[in-house]
Ligand binder design. Sequence first.
Ligand SMILES: Nc1ncnc2c1ncn2[C@@H]1O[C@H](COP(=O)(O)OP(=O)(O)OP(=O)(O)O)[C@@H](O)[C@H]1O
Length: 248
Amino acid sequence: MIPLRVTDLVKRFGPPGTPAAVDELSFTIAPGSITALLGGNGAGKTTTISMLLGLLTPTSGQIEVLGIDMVRNRYAALPRLNFSSPYVELPFRLTVRQNLAVYGRLYNVPRLKERIDEVLEDLSLTALRDRPLGSLSAGQKTRAGLAKALINQPELLLLDEPTASLDPDTGDWVRTYLAQFQAKTGATLLLASHNMGEVERLADRVLMMRAGKLVDDDTPAGLIARYGRTTLEEVFLDIARAGRTEPA
Ligand SMILES: Nc1ncnc2c1ncn2[C@@H]1O[C@H](COP(=O)(O)OP(=O)(O)OP(=O)(O)O)[C@@H](O)[C@H]1O
């Protein structure tokens, strides 16, 4: 089953005629792949992910998640996906364990107590389980956010900037964890990132966006070879600058 298929997706925040934040976007993601959604500030990554999660209604176009029409029937798809973003705060007065219990109930997770213990252990959070979320460091909060994202064992995991604001060591821990999680479960991952090293290491495919449109689509190595560069960062700059008129 195709985990994600996007067809002619458009999101326009202003009236008809204003530029679209996401403009005729189409792509399909293979099962068990790790795909990176890249683009400069304002390219449309977060708007795209918000539509994939059913948080924003598309102006037009189709989104199929695990074979389910996300626009018409998102409640059938939501239990099988999850997401994490450093920009979405979890309730900060609740402890780590209480947070996982709330989200676990929302997702109707079976054997919830055991599942919570499992993700706490997996993400090295057991010692922090009774601490209010608001008292955790940025790195610990990121791990708690990932625990929330994994509570329902999602088949499709969407990640917005999974290592933003983390020190290199914690960032590396999260990347290693995500790669192992994918290998162990066979889940499909889509991540938006500004960290090109992270994308080179984790992703087997890159979707490059600019001004709401898909402007390139290849493996990291394929992009580097095609642009005659040595790193993905250089390719990113080539693509971003090709369309630049002013900073977004
Ligand atoms: N709620 C909104 N109302 C109006 N315009 C919006 C809204 N959300 C996003 N936009 C606009 O849509 C465009 C795409 O924004 P989006 O946040 O999707 O980009 P992004 O690629 O995630 O950028 P960044 O890397 O800076 O997070 C931008 O021009 C932004 O100003």
